[in-house]
Design a protein around this ligand. Sequence first.
Ligand code: 13P
Ligand code: SF4
Length: 353
Amino acid sequence: MAPLETAAATSEAVRKYGVLDMPDLEYTPELAKETAHAYDRISSVVPPVEWPAFAPYVKAINELKKERNAVILAHNYMTPEIFHCIADFVGDSLQLAVEASKVDAEIIVQCGVHFMAETSKLLSPEKTVLIPDMKAGCSLAAAITGADVRALREAYPGVPVVTYANCSADVKAECDVCCTSSNAVKIVESLNSPRVIFVPDQYLAKYVAKQTDVEIIAWKGQCEVHERFTAEDLRAAREAEAGLRIIAHPECPPDVLAEADFTGSTSGMINWVKDNRPSKVMMVTECSMSDNVAVETPGVEFIRPCNLCPYMKLITLPKILDSLVYMKEEIVIDPAVAERARHSVERMVELSK
Ligand code: 13P
Ligand code: SF4
């Protein structure tokens, strides 16, 4: 049970928000007034007709997270009403992991996918870490198991193993160190080894291999969202849109990255748009991120290639409220696995400083 989940706190939260047709979740003129400032922030990307469905949840979540002493960590792929209206911290995988290690609250609600919530739990074992939907997985994380890493070690004795953070705690426990897309090259080179095994993303592995003399032995995983982009899509967009700048995530296949003007992690891409202020840009990555950046960069036109991550999109306002009302779904990691997996993540955070 969560430390704050006294019977009184729970029954009060359930009474207010946990039963059908609860008056506290109605969109009234008072609520419209109270939440107007939140809507103003996202009005350029969320039509007014959608706000009445979001506003009661935004208010309820913001109140309940304070009562619960909870913080909401949200990945850059969350939809704008989550990203801009209820999150306490937003960022890429590395930024969220670093934030989780220093968060000053009893409860973390992770608005992202399961491996991100596990990473938070590894770095904050004494905290209650909740994910609003346990089914929020990741095709990269599903592409490899701890047993696969053990087999790789047998096949390549003595070669260190780096894992992309998009994997289970079991896999992290079998590896020497983690990395994310924003520090992968640095981490690989920090091992001072002529050869490194890199799992599970074959495309990130190829991207790293291009930037280092270290020989990379890659696993066969890929992201089901980024693998769908093609170089042909990018060339067609350039032809159709004069002056278009194209930026891409390194989970894309190499021929796609070759067509891009810049490659970087989700936060790297956001910073590129903020720093360069192109008149027209296409972010070759999950679709919601363009909405989130558009809110902060008026004057930049976004050409959206709409590939949605089906796992990230399982996280919604009603499920986040449920998480806070019922303290679910709690991330629990076998202590023996957690200790070894934590070492991989902490080593990454240390090497990234
Ligand atoms: P970032 O670390 O760049 O945020 O990427 C995480 C991810 O899952 C991208 O698909
Ligand atoms: Fe995983 Fe791809 Fe979704 Fe990122 S976008 S969480 S890598 S499936």
